[in-house]
Design a protein around this ligand. Structure first.
Ligand SMILES: Cc1ncc(COP(=O)(O)O)c(C=O)c1O
Length: 380
C-alpha cells in the first residue's frame, strides 16, 4: 500500500494548535528573485505562448540549463545526454522511474529515504529495495552492490540529502556510479539541494564522471534554490536513449511544463546561483543555532553530521512511536517535526527537523520548544 503523505498529517495537527511552530515542511522562506517576475510579461506579449509548447521545455530555458550544467556541474548535456524540463523534481523522478522500470522491477533506495520516491515506486507496482546508510547517514556502496538483483533497474541517491542533511563524498558517489555501470543499472541522483552546503562540504554531480552519461539520470529542482516551490519547475538530465520514452511519459501526463513558469524560471536562472548562495549564507547561522541548541540534549539524542540541505535527522533514545512523540510535541509544547517512520525508519525513534522555512527568530523559538519538549517527554 502507498503510505499517506505525512506533511498534511502533521499540518492538521498544527492547524489544531494555533501558535504551534512547524519545523516540519522542507521549504525555504524566501521568494523567487525579481528577475523571475520580470519575465512574465513575455507571455502576455506573445499570443503564441498560450498554446502548447515543446514537451521537453522551451528553447531559451534549455539553453540556460545546459550552460549551467556545463559551468557548475561539469555535465555536458549533449550529445550523449538530454535535458528535459519537468513540473518539478518529483515529476522528474516519476518520469525516470516509468522510463526505466516495469511492474515487478526493483529500485534501490537508501534509508532513510525521501518518502515521495518510495511512494512513486510503490505506485508503479515496483519494489523499493531498502539499503541502510551508516551511522552518519552516509552511503554504504558494498551493501548497495549486494542488494542488486536481476530485477534491479536503478539505484537512487540524494545529495545533499533529504531527510538527513548528509552530503555524500565524491568518492562514495563515484563508487556507486561505477557499481551501477558495471551491473547495468541506472544511477538516479537527486540534486535538488545542490547549493545548500555548509562549512567544507562540497557538492558533487555523478553526471560529470567520464563515461557516466549512458547510465546516469540527474534530477534538479528550482523549488528550493530559487524559492520556486509553487511554480513547479525542475529538470532531468537523461541518457540520450531514454529521451523518446521520457517524452512519451511527459506528453501523456503533462503535455508540456507550464510555460508561464518556464519563463519565470528563465528569469530566476539569469539571476543565477548567487541568489541562492546569499540565502544559504544566512541559513548557515540558523543551522549553527539549531545545532548548538540540540547539542545540549546529547544525553537523549544523537545528531549525525548534517552539512547540507536544511535538515537534521535526530535519533532519539526513546521507545516511543515517533508520531506519538510528534503529537505530544505539538499538543504540549507547540512545536512540530516530522516522524522518522515516514522516511522508512521503522526501528527506533527518529525526527526530521527542518530549519529552512521560518525566520531565524521563529526557528530559535521553535527549536527551544523542541529541546524543552524532548527533555520533558523523555524525562531526561
Ligand atoms: C530530495 C527532493 N527531491 C525532490 C523534491 C521535490 O522537489 P519539487 O518541488 O521540484 O518537485 C524534494 C522536496 O522536498 C526533495 O526533498
Amino acid at each position: 500500500m502507498v503510505q499517506s503523505p505525512i506533511i498534511p498529517v502533521v499540518g492538521e495537527l498544527i492547524r489544531n494548535h494555533p501558535g504551534a511552530i512547524s519545523l516540519g515542511q522542507g521549504v525555504v522562506s524566501y521568494p523567487p528573485p525579481q528577475q523571475a517576475f520580470d519575465q512574465i510579461g513575455a507571455i502576455l506579449a506573445n499570443p503564441e505562448l498560450h498554446k502548447y509548447q515543446a514537451v521537453y521545455g522551451v528553447p531559451e530555458l534549455l539553453e540556460l540549463i545546459e550552460a549551467k550544467l556545463r559551468d557548475e556541474n561539469g555535465i555536458e548535456a549533449q550529445p550523449h545526454s538530454r535535458v528535459v524540463v519537468t513540473a518539478g523534481g518529483n515529476m522528474a523522478f516519476v518520469n525516470a522511474l516509468l522510463a526505466v522500470a516495469d511492474a515487478g522491477d526493483e529500485i534501490i533506495l537508501q534509508t532513510p529515504y525521501y518518502f515521495n520516491h518510495e511512494m512513486a515506486i510503490t505506485m508503479a507496482n515496483c519494489g523499493a529495495t531498502l539499503v541502510p546508510t551508516d551511522e552518519n547517514y552516509q552511503l554504504q556502496p558494498r551493501l548497495i552492490a549486494e542488494a542488486i538483483t536481476s530485477r534491479t533497474r536503478a539505484v537512487v541517491t540524494i545529495s545533499p540529502n533529504n531527510p538527513t542533511g548528509a552530503v555524500y563524498s565524491e568518492s562514495s558517489l563515484r563508487e556507486v556510479n561505477g557499481i551501477c555501470r558495471a551491473r547495468g543499472v541506472y544511477h538516479i541522483h537527486d540534486e535538488a539541494y545542490e547549493y545548500f552546503t555548509y562549512g567544507g562540504a562540497r557538492h558533487f554531480s555523478p553526471g560529470s564522471i567520464e563515461g557516466s552519461a549512458g547510465h546516469t539520470i540527474s534530477l534538479y529542482s528550482l523549488s528550493k534554490a530559487y524559492g520556486f516551490a509553487s511554480w513547479r519547475i525542475g529538470w532531468m538530465v537523461i541518457p540520450d536513449h531514454l529521451f523518446e520514452a521520457v517524452n512519451k511519459i511527459q506528453d501523456t501526463i503533462l503535455i508540456c511544463p507550464p510555460v508561464v513558469s518556464q519563463f519565470a524560471a528563465i528569469g530566476a536562472m539569469r539571476a543565477g546561483a548567487e541568489y541562492c548562495r546569499a540565502q544559504v549564507e544566512r541559513l548557515a547561522s540558523v543551522r549553527e543555532m539549531v545545532m548548538n541548541e540540540l547539542a545540549a540534549l546529547d544525553d537523549c539524542l544523537v545528531i549525525p553530521p548534517a552539512d547540507g540541505a536544511f535538515y537534521f535527522f535526530l535519533k532519539l533514545d526513546a521507545e516511543m512511536k515517533p508520531l506519538a512523540l510528534v503529537e505530544r510535541l505539538v499538543n504540549e509544547h507547540g512545536v512540530a517535526a516530522i516522524p522518522g517512520n515516514a522516511f522508512g525508519m521503522e526501528d527506533g525513534c527518529y525526527l526530521r527537523v527542518a530549519y529552512g522555512a521560518l525566520r531565524p527568530e521563529t526557528v530559535a523559538e521553535g527549536v527551544g520548544r523542541l529541546a524543552r519538549g524532548i527533555k520533558t517527554i523523555l524525562g531526561a
